[in-house]
Design a protein. Structure first.
Length: 210
């Protein structure tokens, strides 16, 4: 099944994203905003999850309710910036399991190399949301999803805050089956591979390392 690109234009998401873009926004506020945007985005990302009918007793008697059905959810942040999206998502989906994947670029071959990957034991039987705030060239996200697919996982979506057209194009080419969810598609990449206008280096701003 072919994946789709979803761009969220919800006013609350756009308002908070604007605050994240501001270069005067400090680490604490940046971290809180990413938390909140992730929570708002997952509300939309999970819109089409299947439900089934169940019985429950209210204080006044029995009734029918809707509960989530089908596969459970796993969230896989790409280290390190993806970590900033975990809490917001888990606040709405507390039973989700969390994996982690870390990559670096080989200085000679320039190819992504996996240095860490720990997925839930039942990852193949979960809806997996791969988290990376910035979809720039798409190289890291594409490689991460490659490594996850190599472990037998098939139900994968990518959740980012800001994407460059180049990153979306790369993902659509490499993983046409993966849904992509973003809060904004920006103009382009600069010569250093940063998204313009973007918000700078998400990892540095998130962890105060700049």
């Amino acid at each position: 099944m072919e994946g789709k690109v979803h761009i969220f234009e919800h006013p609350l998401i756009q308002h908070k994203l604007g605050m994240m873009r501001d270069k005067t926004t400090g680490t604490k506020e940046f971290r809180e905003l990413l938390d909140e945007i992730s929570m708002l985005m997952v509300y939309e990302v999970t819109r089409d999850l299947p439900t089934e009918e169940a019985d429950v007793e209210t204080p006044l008697g029995p009734t029918k309710i809707q509960v989530l059905a089908g596969m459970p959810i796993g969230i896989i942040p790409i280290l390190r910036a993806g970590l900033g999206m975990v809490n917001g998502i888990q606040s709405l989906i507390p039973n989700s399991k969390v994996g982690h994947i870390g990559l670096y670029r080989d200085p000679e071959t320039l190819q992504p190399v996996e240095y860490y990957c720990k997925l839930p034991a039942d990852a193949q039987n979960r809806y997996l949301f791969v988290l990376d705030p910035m979809l720039a060239t798409g190289g890291s996200a594409s490689a991460a999803i490659d490594f996850i697919k190599q472990r037998g996982c098939t139900n994968i979506s990518l959740v980012s805050v800001i994407a460059a057209p180049e990153g979306i194009e790369r993902m659509r080419k490499d993983h046409p089956d993966v849904n992509i969810y973003v809060a904004a598609q920006d103009e382009k990449l600069n010569e250093h591979g940063y998204i313009i206008p973007g918000l700078g280096d998400a990892g540095d701003r998130l962890f105060g390392t700049k």
